[in-house]
Design a protein around this ligand. Structure first.
Ligand code: GMT
Length: 375
């Protein structure tokens, strides 16, 4: 099929899912057209099956806010017409579903019908979309989508609770390409990060408030008092500076490495023992899944869709949001029992394999077929 994908091109989870999905669909022979404002970060190579259409928003002094939705919907109309696109898949409702709907209406005027699939990712529902300033538009664009999918059962339920949704929502969980992950990193440079007797704990995120970055630091502080260890912080975001200051305050600055954004997270996860994800809300927790496939056990909060990924007592442990004592206790218990840690790491990888791309991809293909046939 010829599919247009709209997503955020940044390091955020929704953009990563959209990009990996597009790449995998292209490998299966579909023609994929990414429409966004920058080449997506995980889209390194364009092939004959993968195209990228950049949305330009001309700067004009009159506008306090540049009208991205307008530029996006116009670009969609052009791309869909020029390349005979059969299905439009938008990731993250705001403003993509809204712009997608406008494109759909404009195309109808030209006699072209394009079915639109909207995938809800989390903050578009739980944090941003929920805001009274956006809610009517988000409700409208969800209801005007031909198919709506959510990345977890929890997100589906929250969407139904928060919005007056008339649409059926199908759950298609996030996925991982298990083929890409190896068990035998010869280039896994653990020694650069820690000494042999130290454990390595990792956190990867966009360092937003919702990730509860101070909890990551405080849990680590408690761990390092009992277990020789290092903390590796991967990502960039508004909470980063505060996190660095907190490390100084707690006198653990020399044990915490801030690495910034990375395109090679599996090369970091390959030497990690534990992954910390104490988020306040999380629709799925793709970062935890990426840790698990790399054989890293997860200490997380029990919020949102995380329990659908991190299984308590199997792949790691779940605690109430903000319960740093419990998280630290669970982490120390795992790190000090070497056989237990090994067992959890293996189990984490086994559970991660159940989210294999090859299982999830046909679910999206079925959705495209259904939407296409319903024209
Ligand atoms: O907050 C983030 O991690 C970024 C955000 C996004 O939309 O890019 O992530 C959301 O979508 C991811 C992919 O579906 C999910 O794995 C994350 O759990 C979700 N984040 C939140 O719900 C906070």
């Amino acid at each position: 099929m010829k599919i247009a994908i709209v997503c955020y091109p940044t390091f955020g989870g929704s953009g990563v899912v959209a990009t990996e999905l597009g790449i995998a669909l292209a490998e299966r022979g579909h023609e994929i057209h990414f429409v966004t404002y920058k080449q997506p970060v995980r889209l390194e190579l364009l092939s004959s099956n993968i195209h990228f259409h950049e949305v330009h928003v001309p700067d004009y002094a009159l506008f306090r806010y540049q009208p991205y939705e307008l530029a996006l919907s116009s670009k969609l109309v052009d791309t869909i017409t020029q390349f005979n696109i059969e299905v439009l898949h938008v990731h993250y409702a705001i403003p993509h579903a809204y712009a997608g709907y406008m494109a759909k209406k404009m195309l109808l005027e030209k006699g072209i019908y394009i079915p639109m699939i909207t995938t809800l990712h989390g903050t578009d529902i739980t944090l941003v979309g929920n805001h009274p300033f956006y809610k009517p538009a988000v409700t409208f664009s969800i209801n005007k989508s031909d198919v709506v999918t959510a990345v977890s059962e929890d997100l589906k339920q929250k969407t139904k609770d928060i919005f007056e949704v008339e649409q059926e929502i199908s759950v298609i969980p996030n996925f991982i390409d298990t083929k890409k992950y190896r068990n035998d990193y010869t280039d896994c440079q653990r020694s650069l990060m820690a000494t042999e007797n130290e454990k390595i704990i990792t956190h990867i995120s966009n360092f937003r408030e919702v990730k509860r970055i101070p909890d990551v630091i405080r849990v680590f502080d408690k761990i390092q008092k009992q277990v020789p260890s290092k903390l590796i912080m991967v990502g960039e975001g508004p909470e980063k500076e505060k996190a660095e200051l907190l490390c100084e305050e707690l006198h653990i600055g020399h044990k915490v490495l801030f690495l910034g954004n990375s395109n090679e997270i599996d090369r970091i996860l390959c030497f990690s023992d534990l992954f910390l994800l104490p988020s306040k809300s999380e629709s799925f927790g793709l970062a935890a899944l990426e840790a698990m496939i790399n054989k890293v056990a997860v200490i997380s909060s029990n919020t949102g869709g995380i329990p659908e990924v991190n299984q308590h007592g199997v792949t790691g442990y779940l605690s109430e949001v903000g319960d740093i004592d419990d998280m630290a206790k669970n982490a120390i218990g795992l790190l000090t029992g070497d056989t237990k840690l090994e067992k959890f790491k293996k189990q984490a990888q086994e559970v991660a394999k159940t989210f294999d791309l090859m299982k999830i991809l046909p679910l999206y293909e079925a959705v495209y077929e259904k939407a296409f046939k319903s024209r």
